[in-house]
Design a protein around this ligand. Structure first.
Ligand code: NOJ
Length: 559
């Protein structure tokens, strides 16, 4: 069998490293990461053993939502660099054998997008306004058109000087587009071609489950039980006024037609917070290749729960022929090195409001779980998405003071949610310097003292470090793939495993994770290929929250 990394469908087994550009590497000292900063640090990602990078938006933007408020998808924001810098990055990544996935934000634009500026100067009812969602208010016009709430908090409508209101499902600086307007569709397809022609290998589609809206006739109120975009329930079955509507799929097919016109075809992945069964619809053969598996990310650290999510995810992916995906962290959620150590039932967002002080996180348990979770994630068949800094074991920075917070979620929720800055603190590359090697000056968010010993420099030569564990795991994963039975292979559970253990084979690997309260005996006398235990699992025993990779030979597995 050929190496899937070199086949046309490389994404099926890829390890994709997410770069949150603002916080990765700052080349010019303005405190924000940038494209030349990424290019200079690409060898770190290649050495880690990743197959691809996904870079969050770097387009011209007033930066009200960290770049997810795009003013021009065809221009690089000067704070991030230039188009030439983007070309250099793509070229250098390819030289290093890394593919490049970029972010497309089709649900909304910035309020500084030329279309929105035109809409504001045009009269109600004009074609310019119909690229967005403008409506008259209720009653005497001073009440918003509906009771819809924005994901960031507060009403999803803002009033403009002539009295009309426009829809913004996220912040007020992010007006929603109306995808029934033919120019919207045509322009986005053209934007995809613009970047494909520059050599990108794929796209991540932001809020892919939100683009289609029911805007025909009077808009419906949703009542008090509004759904947050992270938990759109199955109850709606495609009939919600704006989340996960059935008519979004025609739009995704349109994207796919564009990317399939290129040789080799390019990768497409959906950010879709649809319920699990409905998420599979996004990866039907003529839609996107993958959708992030947020159910896995949200599954508690318990053997029964993880096994159920894994089985369900595999079955759903198989149903459409898509490769499963696995993810533990990204720039929108509490980093898993902290999250997994919270007691069962503690909501990470509530925990953040305590500034991380209570409930206390046991650092030993946190480190153990993060190491074991890495081996679990990377043994599962399919594609794995890593978030920058997880290879360093970075925890959430839960005690950022309110005056440095920049996430609009904090202000829009009137402080009821702390926001996402704690997982976006700039990376520590070295143990010294004004921003620990992130850039020549201070970073846009302060780094905690603990980042010194977690820096790349501090971990680079330490065989017990998290970085060393990720490097070894990725190298082994690739070896198993090149022997022909790797990460695209079916998963088989071991039939005789003890309660509280996850024990499965995928390709040439057998992965055992101990989620019970006591030590567990490894099922073979042969030494493990790799273990998350710092002690190396002496006497063939795994302590709670430890994991091991074994060769797949020996013992019977469930079909
Ligand atoms: C999802 C992105 O990941 C998040 O960071 C952003 O705020 C929203 N979409 C809105 O674009």
């Amino acid at each position: 069998m050929s190496d899937p990394r070199t086949t046309e469908q490389w994404w099926r087994t890829a390890v994709v490293y997410q770069i949150y550009i603002r916080s990765f590497s700052d080349s010019d000292g303005d405190g924000l990461g940038d494209l030349p900063g990424i290019t200079a640090r690409l060898p770190h990602i290649a050495d880690l053993g990743a197959d691809a990078v996904w870079i969050t938006p770097f387009y011209r933007s007033p930066m009200h939502d960290g770049g997810y408020d795009v003013a021009d998808h065809r221009a690089v924001d000067p704070r991030f660099g230039t188009l030439d810098d983007a070309d250099d990055l793509i070229g250098r990544a390819h030289e290093l054998g890394l593919r490049v996935i970029i972010d497309i934000v089709p649900n909304h634009t910035s309020d500084q997008h030329a279309w929105f500026e035109e809409a504001l100067t045009a009269p109600p009812g004009s074609d310019s306004r119909s690229r967005y969602v403008f409506r008259d208010g209720q009653g005497d016009g001073t009440e918003p058109p509906t009771d819809w709430q924005s994901v960031f908090g507060g009403p999803a409508w803002r009033r403009v000087p002539d009295g009309q209101w426009y829809l913004h499902l996220f912040g007020p600086h992010q007006p929603d587009l109306d995808w029934s307007h033919p120019e919207v569709r045509a322009d986005f397809e053209d934007i995809l071609r613009f970047w494909l022609d520059r050599g990108v290998d794929g796209f991540r589609f932001d809020v892919a489950h939100g683009m289609a809206k029911d805007l025909v006739g009077p808009l419906r109120d949703l009542g008090p039980a509004q759904v947050h975009h992270r938990i759109v329930g199955d109850g709606w079955q495609g009939g919600h006024p704006f989340w996960d509507r059935d008519d979004v799929h025609a739009l995704l097919r349109g994207f796919r037609r564009v990317t399939d016109a290129y040789t080799p075809p390019r990768a497409t992945v959906a950010e879709s917070w649809a319920a699990l069964d409905r998420r599979a619809l996004y990866t039907r053969p003529d839609e996107l290749h993958q959708a992030f598996n947020f159910d896995f990310l949200n599954t508690p650290w318990r053997a029964d729960a993880l096994r159920a999510t894994i089985d369900r995810s595999l079955a759903l992916a198989a149903g459409t022929g898509a490769a499963p995906t696995w993810v533990l962290s990204n720039h929108d959620v509490v980093r898993h090195a902290s999250r997994l150590a919270l007691s069962d039932g503690v909501d990470p967002d509530d925990w953040l409001l305590t500034d991380g002080r209570t409930p206390h996180i046991d650092p030993v348990r946190a480190a153990r779980r993060a190491r074991a979770a890495a081996l679990l994630l990377l043994a599962l068949p399919g594609a794995a998405y890593l978030y920058q800094g997880e290879e360093l074991g970075l925890p959430e920075v839960a005690d950022l003071p309110a005056d440095v917070l920049q996430d609009p979620v904090h202000d829009r929720s009137a402080g009821r949610r702390k926001g996402r800055d704690g997982c976006r603190v700039p990376l520590p590359w070295s143990a010294t310097g004004p921003s620990l090697g992130f850039g020549p000056g201070p970073a846009w968010l302060p780094q905690p003292p603990s980042y010194r010993s977690l820096s790349v420099e501090a971990q680079h030569l330490d065989p017990d470090s998290m970085l060393a564990l990720y490097r070894r795991a990725l190298a082994l994963r690739h070896t198993c793939m090149s022997t022909g039975t790797g990460a695209d292979a079916p998963l088989r559970w071991q039939s005789d495993s003890a309660p509280g253990l996850l024990d499965f084979r995928a390709g040439d690997l057998r992965c055992v994770v101990n989620l019970s309260d006591g030590p567990a005996r490894l099922p073979t006398d042969r030494p493990p290929l790799l273990t998350s235990a710092l002690s190396g699992a002496p006497g063939g025993r795994l302590l709670p929250d430890e994991a091991a990779w074994l060769g797949a030979g020996g013992g019977e597995a469930e079909a």
